[in-house]
Design a protein. Structure first.
Length: 242
């Protein structure tokens, strides 16, 4: 931004995120599990819109986690050229170090690894699909993008509480939540401070949809009719006396 400001260049910035995924107690559990798996573990968790924090309401927590663990256990790790592979390698050794650092910090701050948590036997850049529970806001993974196949799970009690937790980040790219209550759907969608919100969906990126965020996730949009606006200028013509 500083480099561009001297010549008044227009900009479009996409600067990453810290996506929450909320599972309310009125959610369809199977739908929520499917959406969470799709959003968390796509590309081994290495996309800007991958889920970073999973919030599950206490009334549905046990039932959701039971099904979620079954689904995560079923994910296959290996080279992408292999048949039936779900999760490939992390991009480099530094990414593996970061995932290990975040997990170590979380365990030190009362987190519990309930699945995975280790390098995968497929190779030095492969990591086991992991679930860590009892997460809290003191952990580094609640602020930093994990960018790896790690589900950080938080428990919450009320809608007000989880909206506050979800918004408690400098980023605002993508958010997801699951609910079958239409009143809650519109209410929570309005309250979440994110440029994109997936409602009962884990994959939200489409060429015809405006992609982009708010806060420190950047500005401008890619895709859809709104994406062209960053590349054009408005010219006003006022004609008279003809």
């Amino acid at each position: 931004m500083a480099q561009s400001s001297t010549t008044l260049k227009k900009m479009s910035l996409e600067l990453g995120g810290n996506a929450p995924l909320i599972v309310f107690d009125d959610a369809n559990i199977q739908q929520a599990v499917k959406g969470a798996i799709a959003s968390k573990y796509r590309n081994a968790g290495q996309t800007c819109v991958c889920v970073n924090r999973i919030f599950v309401q206490e009334g549905i927590y046990a039932a959701f986690m039971r099904e979620y663990k079954k689904a995560v256990k079923g994910l296959k790790v290996g080279a992408g050229t292999g048949k039936g592979i779900d999760i490939g390698p992390l991009i480099n050794k530094d990414s593996v170090k970061k995932v290990n650092r975040l997990l170590k910090d979380a365990v030190k701050k009362d987190g519990t690894i309930t699945l995975g948590g280790q390098q995968h036997e497929a190779g030095p850049l492969f990591f086991q699909p992991t679930i860590i529970e009892n997460c809290n806001t003191k952990m580094a993974l609640s602020e930093e993008e994990i960018f790896g196949p790690v589900s950080a799970v938080f428990k919450f009690s009320s809608e007000d509480e989880v909206v506050k937790l979800a918004n408690d980040t400098a980023y605002g790219l993508a958010a997801y939540f699951f609910s079958q209550n239409i009143n809650r759907v519109w209410r929570v969608a309005e309250r979440l401070e994110y440029g994109m919100v997936g409602i009962n969906e884990g994959i939200i990126s489409h060429a015809e949809a405006p992609f982009g965020g708010v806060k420190e996730s950047g500005f401008g949009r890619e895709g859809s009719k709104y994406g062209i606006e960053d590349y054009v200028n408005i010219k006003y013509l006022c004609l008279g006396g003809m």
